[in-house]
Design a protein around this ligand. Sequence first.
Ligand code: ATP
Length: 441
Amino acid sequence: MNVTLEQIVSLAKRRGFVFPGSEIYGGLAGTFDYGPLGVALKKNIENLWWRMVVEERDDMYGIDAAILMNPKAWEASGHVSGFSDPLVACSNCKKRFREDHIEDREVCPECGKKGTLGEARQFNMMFATKAGASEDESATVYLRPETAGGMFVNFKNVVDSFHPKLPFGLAQIGKAFRNEIAPREFVFRVRELEQMEVEYFVRPDAWKEAFEEWRVGMLAFAKAIGLPSSMLHELEVAPQDRAHYSERTIDFEFDYPFGRRELWGLAYRTDFDLRAHQEGSSVSLEYQDEETKTKFLPHVIEPSLGVGRTMLAVLASAYREDELGGEKRVYLALEPKIAPVKAMVSPLLKNKPELVEKAREVRKALQKIHPAIAWDDNGNIGKRYRRQDEIGTPFCITIDFDTLGETPDLKDTVTLRHRDTGEQERLSIAEAAEKIRAALV
Ligand code: ATP
């Protein structure tokens, strides 16, 4: 369905997925705080990526590098001189814009005046801060603008500790900071973001196969988190639009409520980074090839995925409104694997101790399959289902008098309700548990 950004923002706030950063102080542009359900959804997305990209492979090494790095690393990588966006300001309303985001250079997008936009100047997007008490220039350090740098500087450490054979890669999930000129569109463009990145090292003549392998892998991940292929588009970035070191780049674009925009990127970065860090650090980063007895700098393929943009794509594609039992409802058709809550268990009536006791027992048993099994005994059963629909819980289980044996044939059976259809089936507790387990693998 055509969901609006407002509908997503409102659901995210109402149900505790994502809140504006520092909200009681009026917020801070470009920052958001994840609430309990948002943390769960985000972690499920990250854990699934980690499993597919690191744990299920033999050629991948996980890293969690420091956010603060020696500033020389950012000089070597070109970020100090070149990580900038063209900024233009309006002399009338004083607003600033990214030049490449303005549709008509003659008219200010904010106040609508003509001819008030000034010359573009380059604005470095790295956040700088001071390390230690010294006010000295040399104490300036940067919050990393991408996680990639932490992997390149650890290339040698991983090679020395694990002696991996090419091709192999490093992966990292972590925060990055960009002083975006115009943060907007909810978590799409923020100043404090999270990335899931891979640096995959290959022999220079083997980059094409590796690029293709990761392209296919990114599509497999998109499928695993439930992004419909009809909303995902691969854009082959034209040579003149690529970063100077990139020989091939694909932007994975997604149909967000506000238009088609970059979700993830995949780039072939040659040996640009290792070469730059080798020169910057004066430490050899060459790979010693035991087979051919040669030394060379491996080339790199970089899949780069923003966590917030992924979560927003997931919410936008899962959001549904329909009518059930004559009432309008909102639900999230989330993949069970990433849903924050996997199932909700409920006693039909909360003032009947025997129902409550049985329901607690069932919940405990289900929590052996997955801990995220909610409890709700509040209000009528229809309302409980709606509350779970709205946060994307795939299953609800209700314990009633038949479960306790009021109808002897139905003893130890429950109703299992399915989120997307609202359909209910009567099953044994063991069968219901099996359905939940099967949906999570
Ligand atoms: P854009 O052109 O939209 O500014 P970019 O090309 O600069 O993005 P990359 O440097 O390729 O982005 O970063 C890799 C990934 O990190 C992006 O594909 C996106 O998922 C995420 N990302 C980058 N900048 C932001 C941001 N400001 N807010 C949220 N996610 C971001």
